[in-house]
Design a protein around this ligand. Structure first.
Ligand SMILES: [Zn+2]
Length: 383
C-alpha cells in the first residue's frame, strides 16, 4: 500500500483493461479482472504484485502476468473457455509491512473480518485503511467475495528443490503451517563500561539466546522444520549502551500441525526460563498463524496430467512459502504450479528463473485453467 504499490497496481489494471477484462476492486483492495466469456463461477488464477523491500521481480508478479498472458493467448487463438476466467491481485501477500501476510486473500475468503483488516497498523505506524485510501484502491466490492469454481496459482518455487532434482515443473500438494510472533524483551538500559556483567539485564543478549535456541530446535527436529529470526530492533541501539528493549520477530514453520504446535510449546517454555535467568520481561504477540494446508487432489492431479501432456513431468512437493492459493483452498478446489528458482534464491533481487521455464509454466497454467473449466467438481471421486 505504498505509492510504489499504487503505481504497480495502476500499470497492471491498465493491462487488464486493454484485455477488456471486467475489473472489480473490493474493500481491502483486491483486484479481480474477469473475462466474462461464459456464465457460471470463474476459474480463477492470480497472485500478488507487492514485494518485500529487498525482493526480486518474479515472486507474485509472475503468476499475475502469466494469468493475463493466458487470457490474451486464448483470445488471440479464438478459443472460448466454458467458464469465465479471472485473474486476481491480492493485497498485502507478503505481510512485510502489515501483518498478517496473505491478508487480502484471507479477507476475500472470509477468514478475517473487513473491519479487523482495515484497522491493522503497519510497522511504520500507518493504518491499513488510510494507506489503501491514499493509493485509491479502497474499492466497493464486498468481502468475502464470490467463490470461484476452482483456483490455481502459478508461482516460482522460491526454494532449491526442483533445481536440485532436475525438474522443470512442480505440482504443489500443499503449504506448510506458519507461526509468526513478535517478542518484546524489556531489560535495563545502562552504561556499557561501568555496569558489571553480573548486574546486567540485557535484552540484546536474550535476543541472541533466543536466536540460538530456535536454530538448535530446528536442527534437533530436522527437516522440514525451519525457524527464523528476521527482524531485531534494539533500543536505544547505541555502541556504548546496554539496550533497554528489543523487539524481534520469530517465524516458525512445519508441514505437520502437531509438530508445529510442539515447537511453539517448547519455545514458549524456553522464553519463560530465559526471562527468569536474565531478569527481563518477555511479552509475545501473534502476528500470523496458519495451519498447514493440503490442496485438492483432483486439481493436483490435473496439474500433473497437464505437465505430462507437455512431456515434462512434474515433481509433487509441498510449498515452503505461504501463498494466496492456501486461502482459496478453504472455499474451492485449489492447487498450485511451481517453476524452479535458480539456486533457490528468492526475496532477493538476484531471484531468477529461466525464460524457457517461465514460458512452460504459463503454458501449463493455460491448459490447467481450461481443464478446470470443464471439470465438474460436484461429482466426488469414489475413493
Ligand atoms: Zn509470492
Amino acid at each position: 500500500l505504498t505509492d510504489e504499490d499504487g503505481h504497480g497496481r495502476d500499470l497492471v489494471v491498465g493491462w487488464m483493461r486493454e484485455l477488456d477484462l471486467d475489473v472489480g476492486i473490493d474493500v481491502v483492495g483486491n483486484i479481480i479482472g474477469t473475462w466474462n466469456c461464459a456464465s457460471g463461477a470463474p476459474v480463477m488464477t492470480g497472485s500478488h504484485i507487492d514485494t518485500v523491500r529487498t525482493g526480486g521481480r518474479f515472486d507474485g508478479n509472475y503468476g499475475v502476468l502469466a494469468g493475463l498472458e493466458v487470457i490474451q493467448t486464448l483470445k488471440e487463438a479464438g478459443i472460448t473457455p466454458t467458464r469465465p476466467l479471472a485473474v486476481g491481485i491480492f493485497t498485502n501477500e507478503e505481510g512485510a509491512r502489515f501483518a498478517p501476510d496473505m491478508l487480502g486473500s484471507l479477507v476475500y475468503v472470509g477468514g478475517m473480518s473487513v473491519e479487523e483488516a482495515l484497522d491493522v497498523i503497519a510497522i511504520d505506524g500507518a493504518r491499513f485503511a488510510d494507506e489503501l485510501e491514499k493509493i485509491g484502491y479502497n474499492g466497493p466490492n464486498p468481502c468475502p467475495g464470490p467463490s470461484p469454481h476452482a483456483f490455481v496459482e502459478l508461482h516460482i518455487e522460491q526454494g532449491p528443490v526442483l533445481e536440485s532434482i532436475g525438474f522443470r515443473l512442480g505440482s504443489v500438494t500443499g503449504v506448510q503451517g506458519i507461526s509468526w510472533q513478535e517478542l518484546t524483551i524489556v531489560g535495563q538500559s545502562n552504561h556499557a563500561g561501568t555496569t558489571p556483567m553480573s548486574m546486567r539485564r540485557d535484552p540484546a543478549f536474550v535476543a541472541a539466546r533466543i536466536t540460538v535456541f530456535l536454530r538448535d530446535l530446528a536442527m534437533r527436529y530436522g527437516p522440514p522444520q525451519v525457524c527464523t529470526v528476521g527482524k531485531v530492533d534494539l533500543v536505544p541501539n547505541l555502541v556504548n549502551v546496554v539496550a533497554s528493549k528489543v523487539t524481534m520477530t520469530v517465524d516458525v514453520r512445519n508441514t505437520d500441525e502437531a509438530v508445529l504446535r510442539r515447537a511453539e510449546l517448547e519455545f514458549a517454555e524456553f522464553l519463560s526460563v530465559v526471562a527468569q535467568e536474565e531478569d527481563v520481561t518477555i511479552s509475545t504477540r501473534t502476528l500470523a498463524r496458519f495451519e498447514p494446508v493440503t490442496f485438492d487432489e483432483r486439481v493436483v492431479d490435473i496439474v500433473s496430467d497437464v505437465c505430462q501432456s507437455f512431456e515434462v513431468p512434474a515433481h509433487r512437493l509441498p510449498s515452503g512459502a505461504g501463498h494466496d492459493a492456501q486461502m482459496f483452498a478453504r472455499v474451492c478446489p485449489t492447487a498450485m504450479i511451481f517453476v524452479p528458482s535458480i539456486k533457490g534464491i528468492s526475496h532477493n533481487p538476484a531471484e531468477l528463473t529461466d525464460d524457457a521455464d517461465l514460458s512452460l509454466g504459463a503454458d501449463v497454467l493455460l491448459h490447467t485453467m481450461l481443464r478446470l473449466a470443464s471439470t465438474d467438481f460436484t461429482i466426488e471421486s469414489n475413493t
